[in-house]
Design a protein around this ligand. Structure first.
Ligand code: SF4
Length: 403
């Protein structure tokens, strides 16, 4: 007779890091344990940063033993960590299969924002984005997505010590992993903790829907990171059907990668616009925020300013007109140059002039300060190491002569 536990023991270990409370409860019950154990385990993992089941001292000894045999808590491996002179910190993380993704922490006055990746590479190929030029390999698992938050929290000593013994062990693990990654852990006063998360790193989050939703649920769950729904933002280039689906299952904040006020120009910059044009995208975005539990939230519009491409005053007026009925704030992002692109950053005067038009039309339109460009961590510069299934990176390198 094959017992359930025998079957479990012969399977690969289950990574508990990415399991939502519902999924963890189901898993714990499948081991013949009581459902309330799920909450206890979540708190050890996400509140205390404990990966060793032996240290989860409010679980019974037999359960700790079983978990050690059949489960694990495994985040991506830190390949490198770089600290920018402005306090921005970038990690290169190796995920299952050997590819790498990047995660960036941006300290600002009163908050620390973590920019999290959702895919290895990206299939969408927006013309101003270095990630898009790397091609696409695969979706990240929920454990690999929330693992970025787990690692960043650990890096800033942000876990709550629950037991002396556990926190000492935790500190030892952390020191060992930091030594092995040869990372410099230089703290600056402004670096403190992860208070905000933006799903704006490598990949289009809505194309990895289930895993991104699970990871965001963990970010907002009080038994995990407990971030407010206002502080977890999903940024999309406009996968309209999935945005409608998101409204049914999530309450996170929304950012739209717009970058142009008309379909002709946007289709050149963001090719998915050919499938889901601006009008469809804005209608869907309005439906999304209308369905949120609080009425005060607005959509963040991301607009990368590229010299002589989308930064004219005429386009600024067109943008103001397009968005006049949309409750939004417009983030202006000066283009960050990279080697495979001929685009340039506009002059300060052109950026200011574009901003002025929007301000005069009544919009809040801050110009986003470029952060972390000395460590290639600025917006649109994330590359990781993608085992490209699309051969797109090869084509771009051939075309630019960098092969
Ligand atoms: S901007 Fe976002 S959606 Fe577009 S290619 Fe880059 S990562 Fe993909």
């Amino acid at each position: 007779m094959i017992l359930a536990t025998d079957k479990i023991l012969s399977s690969p270990k289950v990574n508990l890091l990415g399991l939502t409370e519902v999924k963890l409860r189901e898993y714990i019950c499948s081991l013949g344990e009581k459902p309330f154990r799920a909450k206890q385990i979540m708190k050890w993992i996400h509140h205390c940063g404990i990966a060793d089941f032996a240290l989860m001292t409010d679980l019974s000894k037999p359960l700790r033993q079983t978990l050690t045999e059949v489960a694990e808590v495994r985040a991506p491996e830190i390949v490198s960590q770089q600290d920018s002179k402005d306090g921005t910190r970038k990690w290169v993380l190796r995920v299952n299969g050997g590819s790498c993704v990047e995660t960036v922490y941006i300290p600002e006055k009163g908050r620390g924002t973590l920019c999290v990746s959702s895919q290895v590479g990206c299939s969408l190929d927006c013309s101003f984005c270095y990630t898009g030029k790397q091609g696409f390999q695969r979706d990240l698992t929920a454990a690999e997505i929330i693992g970025q938050v787990w690692l960043a929290t650990q890096s800033f000593d942000g876990f709550r010590p629950r037991l002396k013994e556990a926190s000492a062990q935790n500190r030892r693990q952390r020191n060992a992993s930091n030594e092995s990654s040869q990372s410099s852990m230089k703290e600056t006063e402004s670096i403190s903790r992860v208070s905000n998360v933006v799903m704006m790193g490598m990949g289009e989050p809505l194309l990895n829907f289930d895993n991104v939703v699970d990871a965001m649920n963990l970010m907002m769950d009080d038994n995990a990171y407990g971030l407010s729904k206002r502080r977890v933002t999903l940024s999309t280039s406009g996968v309209v059907p999935m945005l409608d689906k998101l409204g049914a299952v999530s309450d996170c904040s929304l950012a739209i990668s717009l970058h142009a006020p008309n379909d002709e120009l946007r289709s050149q910059l963001v090719p998915i616009n050919k499938k889901y044009p601006i009008a469809m995208l804005l209608e869907s975005s309005l439906r999304y925020i209308a369905g949120l539990s609080d009425s005060k939230r607005v959509i963040t519009i991301e607009y990368t300013l590229i010299d002589r491409v989308n930064d004219s005053l005429a386009l600024a007026h067109e943008l103001a007109d397009l968005l006049k009925e949309v409750p939004c704030k417009i983030n202006l992002i000066p283009f960050n140059p990279f080697s495979l692109s001929d685009y340039k950053r506009p002059s300060r005067n052109r950026i200011k002039a574009f901003q002025r038009v929007l301000n005069e039309a009544g919009f809040i339109a801050p110009v986003r300060t470029t952060r972390g460009d000395d460590i290639d961590a600025a917006c649109g510069q994330l590359v990781g190491q993608v085992a490209d299934r699309t051969r797109r990176s090869e084509r771009y390198q051939r075309a630019s002569g960098t092969d």
